[in-house]
Design a protein around this ligand. Structure first.
Ligand code: ASP
Length: 587
């Protein structure tokens, strides 16, 4: 028997018992004739005491222990003189009687304590050591609880967890696929699923109402803090339900998760719903952070054509936000904001600001262009009060300018401490446009995916004005993060073919790529819909993490590499031969 108890379990009531513990040496402290060892396992830390006066050999052995040695000890639980109320086991220590080294350890490349000294890459390379830290481990425990709660909830609602294949066919819409060569079919490739979208729809055609799956998805995209090439979805689909019914089920699931995992009661009220157009107009984003206001005010009527200021006169959009109490911002602070909006991340040409002074007058960076009367109109329009700072962004492309102002709003929210990680603001963004124009491709693209149903009342416009068609699509947004998204699907082969046509597919190409789905629709497809949550993002929000990596056991780095496994890597020539693959030399 390695242990009678784990390292997080002993309390004052155990005093006097003889116990056996096993774990890792977190650290050793020598204080006069006493040596103390912190022994760690998944459950916590227990202090071991060695007294030189009582057993000199044992104490000498303890002094030789290195960090991360795996040891087993036997001893008696005793009340501590100096209690540590920060540790659950802080009232007791073990008066050690025997010590066995189960395995020695090299000195770890960084210290394994709550805040480690290792840089990111080092921690990734030795992720198995990083995972020994209690805060990283806590994130995985939370993820586990989260998944359990999801499964319990969905099971109780009649959902079935059904697995779908990981080796599927490549599809042209959406992100780039990861592809896998087939040895048995030389020259042919599988793709890893970007999501089980078409498969879950086929399950609906198969009659499997209420499907769900906690499933890995793969997208070969450039990475950001909230993206990984492989990530996990809670993927769901149901039939004979309309948008409102689907929203109701998943709103209930979300409330259940908040209650179960965070102990937060989101109340009886349904979540706010906002149309995509309204979200773009008020916040410049389809995932507005509703923890704070600072809504956009459109200033075209107030500022355009009112002076010689060409920047505003030529703009397609002029919008402002009002930062309460920030009129006292220093030159340096304003310069920082200007540099922020001009950064590559944001991409604005510049920032115009106006301070509302204590006497009500307005002092702006464009004073030489605008009379005080017009600046007073600006103040009124912005509903700004003395002490407020008005920040204005404009540009020739209205959508881009809105997005830039959105970045500025978020930055100001952060600076003003309005984005509290322990506050949660949830909403549904609905009525998305069906398509968006892609400059790169020179054609319309599906905003969600090509299987999303247009709103029935808009179907007639598919021929005449497809860009104005709205979709029965919905996203769940929490604190400015899209945590889930879905739609009512097309279940009619003719309508599906029409959407592919709008997306620029020839009938032959559409049949070649999506024939399996359109053909299935000819055999009695039920009206259906669903959604998928991004599990990693949702768990990160719950845990208050900045990066989804921190809730993934073995994540990839920013270049999509697993630095621990050193993957991706080259393969043997023999493997390439077998697959009949030739690697083209770099150009
Ligand atoms: N499959 C979609 C996605 O991955 C979600 C959905 O529409 O259910 O975004």
């Amino acid at each position: 028997m390695y242990r009678t108890h784990n390292c997080g379990e002993l309390r004052i009531k155990h005093v006097g018992e003889t116990v056996t513990l096993a774990g890792w040496v977190q650290r050793t402290r020598k204080m006069g004739g006493m040596t103390f060892v912190d022994l760690r396992d998944r459950y916590g830390i227990t202090q071991l005491a060695f007294n030189e006066a009582v057993n000199a050999d044992l104490c000498a052995a303890a002094n030789k222990l290195g960090r991360e040695y795996v040891i087993q000890v036997k001893g008696k639980v005793a009340e501590r003189y100096a209690k540590n109320d920060k540790m659950p086991t802080g009232d007791i220590e073990i008066i050690t009687e025997t010590l066995t080294v189960l395995n020695a350890a090299d000195t770890p490349p960084f210290t394994i304590e709550e805040n480690t000294d290792g840089g990111d890459d080092l921690r990734m390379k030795y992720r198995y050591l990083d995972l020994r830290r209690s805060n990283v481990r806590a994130n995985l425990e939370l993820r586990h609880k989260f998944c359990l709660a999801v499964r319990h909830f969905l099971d109780a609602e009649g959902f079935l967890e059904i697995e779908t294949p990981v080796l599927v066919g490549s599809t042209p819409e959406g992100a780039r696929d990861f592809i896998v060569p087939s040895r048995m079919n030389p020259g042919q490739f599988y793709a890893l699923p970007q999501s089980p979208q078409t498969l879950k729809q086929l399950l609906m055609v198969a009659g499997m109402d209420r499907y769900f799956q906690i499933v890995k998805c793969f997208r070969d995209e450039d990475l950001r803090a909230d993206r990984q090439p492989e990530f996990t979805q809670i993927d769901c689909e149901m039939y004979f339900e309309q948008q409102d019914d689907i929203i109701k089920v998943f709103e209930a699931m979300t409330k259940h998760l908040f209650k179960e995992i965070r102990g937060i009661d989101l109340g009886e009220q349904p979540f706010l719903r906002m149309s995509w157009h309204e979200a773009m107009r008020r916040f410049g984003s389809d995932k507005p952070d509703m923890r704070f206001g600072m809504e956009f005010v459109e200033l075209m009527d107030t500022l355009q054509g009112k002076s010689d200021f060409a920047v505003f006169n030529e703009a397609a959009y002029i919008g402002g936000i009002c930062a309460k109490g920030c009129a006292s911002y220093t030159r340096k602070q304003i310069d920082e904001l200007t540099a922020f909006v001009k950064s590559q991340q944001v991409g604005a040409k510049g920032l115009v600001y106006a301070r509302v002074m204590e006497d009500g007058s307005v002092k702006s960076s464009v004073d030489k262009f605008y009379t005080q009367d017009i600046l007073q109109d600006l103040k009124a329009k912005m509903e700004a009060a003395p002490g407020d700072l008005i920040l204005i962004i404009s540009g020739p492309d209205a959508m881009k300018a809105r997005k830039q102002l959105c970045e500025l709003r978020l930055e100001m929210g952060t600076r003003l401490g309005l984005r509290d990680k322990n506050k949660f603001a949830l909403l549904w963004v609905v009525d998305f446009p069906m398509f968006e124009w892609s400059e790169e491709e020179g054609r319309l693209m599906a905003m969600h995916h090509p299987f999303t149903s247009p709103k029935p009342c808009d179907i007639a416009k598919l021929d005449t004005d497809p860009a104005s068609v709205l979709a029965d699509a919905y996203d769940m947004v929490c604190n400015g993060v899209e945590v889930g998204g879905g739609s009512i699907r097309i279940h009619d082969a003719v309508l599906q073919a029409k959407i592919f046509k709008v997306l620029g597919f020839t009938p032959e190409k559409a049949q070649e790529q999506f024939g399996f789905l359109m053909n299935a629709f000819r055999y009695g497809a039920p009206p259906h819909g669903g959604l998928a949550y991004g599990l990693d993002r949702f768990v990160s929000l719950f845990a208050g993490l900045d990066s989804i990596r921190d809730c993934i056991a073995f994540p990839k780095n920013n270049s999509g590499r697993d630095v621990m496994l050193d993957a991706p890597s080259a393969v043997d020539q023999a493997q390439l031969n077998e697959l009949r693959l030739l690697i083209k030399p770099a150009e």
